[in-house]
Structure formats: C-alpha cells, structure tokens
Design a protein around this ligand. Structure first.
Ligand code: PEP
Ligand code: MN
Length: 338
C-alpha cells in the first residue's frame, strides 16, 4: 500500500503514520520525491481496514494499493528513476555506464593490463570475479581474497570502481572490505538469505537475473534487498535458458524494456553471458543501449584464448576499444550519453 502525503505535510504528521504502522508490525518506507512524499507500507499482514484508517490521518492525501507483488521496487511507489551512486559514478539517469574486465581475476599482470586498457577505451567501472560459481567443480574457481586484493590494486591504479561477485553469506564481510559493488550471480538470484545479508550492508548491489527466472521473480529478489533498507540495487539481464542451443543463453531484451516500466531501479545488460560468443557481444551491446538499458557489463581479457574462464565470450582489448565509439553513437541516437 502507498500512503500519499499532502504537499507541505509536517514531519510530525509523517511520524504519526509511521508510528501507527509500527503498532501493526508493518514497515513504512519513506520516499521523498520532488513532487510528492509517500510512505510505502510493507509487511506480512496488512489489515483490510488500514487503508481507510490512514486516510483519516491529518496530512494524508490518499492511500493506494500497489497491484504488483513487489512493492518497494515498483514504479507505482516511486515513479522517478532511482540513481545508484558508486564512488564518482552514477548508475541510472541519462548517462549509460560501461563495466568491463575479465570474467575471473587470474593474475596481477592480466588484471592490470585489462584494467588500463578498458579505462583508456572509456569504461566507467572494472569487473572481475575472485569467487567464481563454475558449473564444473574441476574448473578454475577464482583466487579468493588474493583476487580481491588485486582488484583493489587495479582500482588504486586506474580510479575505476570495482564490481565483484559474492557467492556466500560467509564471504559478505570479506568482499565488502574490497568491493564497490557486490555482484549477486544468476545462480544466487533466489538465495534469499544472501540477498538480505547484502541488503544489510547498504552497499550497491548488482543483481543478475536467474537462469530461469521470470521478470516478476527477479524483481521480487530485488525487493528482498531493498526491504532491508538498501535502495542501491542495479538489475542485470544476462540471458535466460530457452530451447535454443546455438547461443549460450537467450538475451532477453524484452525484459529490459518491460522491467524499465515496472521498476524504478537501474537496469544494465550483460551481452557476454547473454550470448556466450565474443563476436555476438558488440551487436547485442549496441542493441541493449538502444533498448534503454542504463549500461552494459562486458567481459574483456588480454588474451581470450588463454582465459581461465569464459574466454570464448570475452573481447580482446582491441575489439573492446573498437566497440566504445559505436556505443557512444547509439547512446546519442536514443537521447542518452555514454
Ligand atoms: C560472471 O559475471 O562472470 C558470472 C558468473 O555471471 P552469471 O552469474 O550471470 O552467470
Ligand atoms: Mn563469466
């Protein structure tokens, strides 16, 4: 439910509503917009009489039901776009972000080479996995804390904020010490305890869509993070499982355009995992920006043929640099900057 306050309603009036919600064991999330101040009401059991009851409070303009099962992330609650601040980079709004870097952090030489190359080409953030969810237990699973230290070193050298995955609740405190954005991988999209734990950090969270998750399930997962009082969620479409086997996944750009209508959270696209083939990454990256994505996340490696993970879908430095001016052109064609 949404409680819309009258323009100019006082803090005391807002507090009175919040206090009553507390008496019902409900949470009130205050959203102050340029045009209106509203209170999002969430909780397991909203009494049927509450809507009517709150309309009698001084300062309350009206109360509205939120029709979607997700509440705090819905556009019904907050019509304007959420901006997520990551150091000096804003995700959401008019400027599109480009996050680039290797699938896995492999060595100092590999990470530093790619960090400098993507920065030179104009990337805004650096990605790299230190804890890798791999389909086979016999493949490279990441350098762990050593990888996080290398990422921090690359941030110091380039100024690029770093995005890296946290796979388990046990690692949240460790990864939080190094990362600027906590990535929740596709396989963990429905790990609800992990979502709540990253929610409690208050840090920016990059939430990938699950391999077989509907848009509604994806937004409900974002709701878990935001319900912990952390509004800093960036959604990421990374392809879903379909009957098609010619590509690794089917990149669902429908989901980007639709989710932009349903939620105020920023949405970026990962055409690397979405296609699984390096030569499909540039066209789908361009399509993502044209569709209205707030940015892209791309795997880049100095020598993709020798990568320890996802080499087949990684761009080399030259191909990444060649893509950047095209992204700038498409962004400008759709009224964005990059
Ligand atoms: C990754 O970003 O390298 C990754 C493992 O992504 P996903 O969780 O989307 O498979
Ligand atoms: Mn990868």
């Amino acid at each position: 439910m949404i409680v819309v306050m009258q323009a100019g309603s006082s803090e005391a009036m807002i507090d009175a509503v919040l206090e009553r919600l507390g008496e019902y064991q409900l949470q009130g999330h205050l959203v102050r917009g340029a045009e209106r101040t509203v209170i999002g009401v969430v909780g397991a059991a909203i009494p049927p009489t509450l809507k009517e009851e709150l309309e009698h409070f001084v300062g309350v303009k009206e109360t509205l039901r939120i029709t979607q099962p997700y509440k705090l992330v819905s556009r019904e609650l907050r019509p304007t776009d959420t901006l997520v601040q990551v150091r000096d980079v804003t995700v959401g709004g008019n400027r599109c972000v480009v996050i680039a870097g290797p699938c896995s952090v492999e060595s100092e030489a590999q990470l530093m080479a790619t960090a400098h190359a993507v920065r030179e080409a104009g990337a805004t953030m650096l990605r790299g996995g230190a804890f890798k969810p791999r389909s086979s237990p016999y493949t490279f699973r990441g350098l762990g804390e050593e990888g996080l230290k290398l990422l921090a070193q690359a941030r110091d050298a380039t100024g690029l904020p770093i995005v890296t995955e946290v796979m388990t609740m046990n690692d949240v405190a460790l990864v939080t010490r190094y990362a600027d954005v906590l990535q929740i991988g596709a396989r963990n999209m429905q790990n609800y305890q992990l979502l709540e734990e990253v929610g409690r950090t208050g840090m920016p969270v990059l939430l990938k869509r699950g391999l077989a998750a509907t848009i509604e399930e994806w937004l409900l997962s974002a709701e878990y993070v935001v319900a912990q009082g952390n509004p800093n969620v960036i959604l990421c479409e990374r392809g879903i499982r379909t009957f098609e086997t010619a590509t690794r996944n089917t990149l669902d750009l429908n989901a980007v355009a639709l989710a932009k209508r349903r939620t105020h959270l920023p949405i970026i696209v990962d055409p690397s995992h979405g296609t699984g083939k390096w030569y499909l990454v540039p066209p789908l990256a361009l399509a993502s920006i044209a569709t209205g994505a707030d940015g892209i996340i791309i795997e880049v490696h100095p020598d993709p043929d020798r990568a320890k993970s996802d080499g087949g879908q990684s761009l080399n430095h030259a191909n990444f640099a060649a893509l950047m001016p095209k992204l700038v052109a498409v962004a400008s064609a759709v009224g964005r900057v990059l």
